[in-house]
Write a protein that binds this ligand. Structure first.
Ligand SMILES: [Cu+2]
Length: 171
């Protein structure tokens, strides 16, 4: 298009309208991640994670029984830059968020039973917001390809007690 003064104004006007109609996250998407637990009572369940069996492919996170979990503002994102704004909603416990790719929601993640945690290196560690004190926040920005991902807390015992959530990234 030849930019005469008149159609330049039209183009600029159109751009301004499109830009104002476009949500802020259109370029860099933001997913809010809340790391939660049921307070002091959930601490008594630590060490029983294996018995509880709330890891992926077993019982879903967010089940009423789970004493802790990860809540996402969106379980899907478009491929590209994604910013995870992570807040530890706990009043008593340190939590963190680690991101790994997964094949599907049934294949178990590599788990180190002795440590009661995921083998992050074997799972494929894409990034993390490590060990947030209660009430603290952190952020992580990654460029994600289409596929399935899992976000989990790898503080010993927490994954098995339900601290994980799935994220699907689409084209
Ligand atoms: Cu945790």
């Amino acid at each position: 298009m030849k930019l005469t003064r008149r159609n330049w104004l039209v183009a600029a006007g159109g751009f301004a309208a499109a830009a104002s109609a476009m949500p802020v996250w259109a370029r860099s998407q933001v997913i809010k991640v809340s790391l939660w637990d049921k307070g002091a009572s959930s601490m008594s369940m630590l060490g029983h994670g294996d018995m509880m069996g709330m890891g992926m492919g077993k019982m879903g996170s967010g089940m009423p029984m789970a004493p802790m979990g990860i809540r996402l503002s969106s379980a899907t994102a478009r491929a590209g830059e994604v910013t995870f704004e992570v807040s530890n909603a706990s009043t008593v416990m340190v939590h963190e968020m680690v991101l790994s790719p997964i094949k599907d929601a049934q294949t178990p993640l590599p788990y180190v039973k002795a440590d009661n945690k995921i083998d992050e290196d074997a799972a494929g560690h894409l990034g993390e917001v490590a060990e947030l004190e209660p009430g603290k926040k952190g952020a992580l920005t990654l460029s994600l390809k289409p596929g399935s991902y899992i976000l989990y807390c790898n503080v010993p015992g927490h994954y098995a007690l339900g601290m994980w959530a799935l994220l699907t990234v689409t084209q």
